[in-house]
Design a protein around this ligand. Structure first.
Ligand code: GRF
Length: 205
């Protein structure tokens, strides 16, 4: 019943999953200096670096990553700030058990610099989405979203901090639902057995 978490950096979402008491069995990073690795190791969780720089192609890197994941036979692979685009082969191999958190209300603002782009677009509500990973970048059935207001005078950093606080709320919730076997996908739409709320709204700073 374990979860393998893939990171590239800070690891605050990874930490939120651990603090929620979820069964994280290993953390794998593509960068050896990812701060999250140390946080995980301090908690006694197995860590490993699989550097994309050690492999000539995306396919070779993804195969090495998959082999490392398989050693833990996880029920779920959770991407938490993992900054590599995964190959279709990797995605289909983990279909239905690969989750991501993205800092926007998808399908708006896939890709990078979401907070800057949200401010530039003048949206009044922003947020984050936890979704199953599909073959397209930041695309796939949405499990839960958290919305926050965009305030006059917001900077990308202030907005990012407001969103991140909610990321730490919704990601553990989504992972728990998955492990409890409560997520049902029909026609690309996710429902939660027992009707838990799949939308969080917070105007807290
Ligand atoms: C988060 O904003 C997450 O949504 C995005 O990358 C960031 C990772 O932050 N995919 P952290 O490493 O979890 O602190």
């Amino acid at each position: 019943m374990s979860v393998v978490v893939l990171i590239s950096g800070r690891g605050s979402n990874m930490q939120a999953l651990m603090e929620a008491g979820l069964p994280v069995s290993a953390v794998i990073s593509n960068r050896g200096n990812a701060a999250g690795l140390e946080i995980a190791a301090k908690r006694g969780v197995a860590t490993k670096t699989v550097s994309h720089k050690d492999y000539p192609t995306r396919e070779a890197f993804d195969a090495a990553l998959a082999a490392e994941i398989d050693r833990h036979s996880p029920k779920l692979v959770a991407l938490a700030g993992f900054m590599r685009i995964l190959t279709p082969a990797f995605v289909s191999r983990h279909a239905g058990r690969l989750m991501n958190i993205h800092p926007s209300l998808l399908p708006a603002f896939p890709g990078l610099d979401t907070h800057e782009r949200a401010l530039a677009a003048g949206v009044k509500v922003h947020g984050c989405s936890v979704h199953f990973v599909g073959e397209q970048l930041d695309h796939g059935p949405i499990i839960i979203q958290a919305a926050v207001p965009v305030r006059p005078g917001d900077t990308p950093d202030r907005l990012a901090a407001r969103v991140l606080r909610q990321e730490h709320v919704v990601y553990p919730r989504a992972v728990r639902w998955f492990l409890e076997g409560r997520l049902v996908i029909r026609d690309g739409v996710v429902n939660v057995k027992g009707n838990d709320a799949q939308l969080v709204y917070s105007d807290r700073d």
